[in-house]
Design a protein around this ligand. Structure first.
Ligand code: ATP
Length: 320
């Protein structure tokens, strides 16, 4: 492999820049050319592609977002779009494409591989919702951003003896909600993976907490559950405790990546290139048992991820 293309796709995540940097520098170290493809598969289709030098990735390791930018590209879900992507790789002499993104982005990569392109996936999403890996780049930073918000909200919830309802990201996966629920000492955590009963699962623990002497409360609602404003209103109506909702939104996607995200992104980016150098492709770089491994792309996409029941139980025990 002489020339690698690299792109970021799907939702942006802090640490994507560190991964791009690792791909570029490792690639150049091994004598390959690295082409930056802007705005995900859109840039691939439209030829928004330029060669990246060692210096092109200077001063980015600490920056959130992605210097290559990202986009959703509906055309890439059609065969016509894929063929245009493959043709553009030929135009730029790209032998392999490194895709930094989530499951959706890997489906695009898999389709490229069906037309003979060599591909490699790196897990980048704040949600940690990719089945084949225990960790995704951006997750740790997002957790810390949410944790910081909870700590601030806790100060004011304490001062006013309020209940704070916080909506955090996670449309289909509750990993952010569950982890910050534990780290932030939430009384209630509502996850998209679990149905809930407002009376039993929300109102009751709050009233029981009050009867044991609690003065303020944190309720975490994952985005996929939604309705934080409604839930706060119900809590206030049914318990008489003043309740306020905060929807954190895109704040959770930005910010300087944590050490963990930077190191993980660097190691995963480098591994992707090392494998390509050995002419190994069509794999997703993953973390398994705290080791970086690689999994065949079809196998990776067939995997299912279950939220850990023991951690859910722990969050309930510690909320007492
Ligand atoms: P995130 O978890 O942050 O949303 P993602 O990679 O799962 O990341 P998607 O929006 O699902 O994000 O996918 C990103 C892009 O990947 C899409 O805009 C599209 O170009 C491509 N893609 C998604 N699904 C497919 C598919 N089934 N076939 C081909 N390409 C796809």
């Amino acid at each position: 492999i002489k020339t690698i293309g690299v792109l970021t796709s799907g939702g942006d995540a802090p640490g994507m820049n560190a991964a791009i940097r690792a791909v570029v520098r490792t690639g150049i170290y091994y004598g390959m050319r690295v082409m930056g493809i802007r705005k995900g598969y859109n840039g691939l289709i439209n030829g928004d592609i330029t060669e990246m030098s060692l210096r092109a990735v200077s001063d980015i390791i600490h920056r959130g977002g992605t210097i290559l930018q990202t986009a959703r590209c509906p055309e890439f879900k059609e065969e016509e779009g894929i063929k245009r992507g493959v043709a553009m790789c030929k135009v730029f002499d790209i032998d392999a494409v490194v895709v930094i993104g989530g499951d959706g982005s890997y489906r695009g990569a898999k389709d490229l591989s069906k037309f003979g392109m060599k591909v490699m996936g790196i897990p980048g999403t704040i949600d940690n919702d990719i089945a084949c890996t225990e960790y995704t780049i951006g997750f740790d930073t997002a957790l810390n951003t949410v944790q910081d918000a909870i700590d601030k909200i806790r100060d004011t919830a304490y001062s006013h003896e309020r209940c704070s309802v916080l909506e955090v990201m996670g449309r289909h996966a509750g990993y952010i909600a569950l982890n910050v629920g534990i780290a932030g000492g939430a009384e209630v955590v509502l996850l998209p993976e679990k149905t809930f009963d407002l009376g039993k699962d929300v109102i009751k623990p709050i009233i029981e907490g009050r009867n044991r002497g609690k003065k303020h409360y944190i309720v975490i609602v994952a985005e996929g559950v939604g309705g934080a404003i409604e839930i706060a209103r119900e809590i206030q109506e049914q318990t008489g405790i003043e309740a306020r909702a905060t929807i954190l939104g895109h704040i959770q996607r930005g910010g300087s990546p944590t050490v963990n995200d930077r190191v993980m992104a660097s190691m995963m980016g480098a591994r992707a290139v090392e494998l390509l150098k050995e002419d190994i492709s069509n794999r997703i770089i993953s973390l398994k048992d705290n080791k970086i491994v690689d999994i065949e792309i079809n196998e990776a996409l067939d995997m299912k991820k279950e939220i850990d029941e023991e951690i859910i139980q722990l969050s309930k025990i510690l909320a007492l």
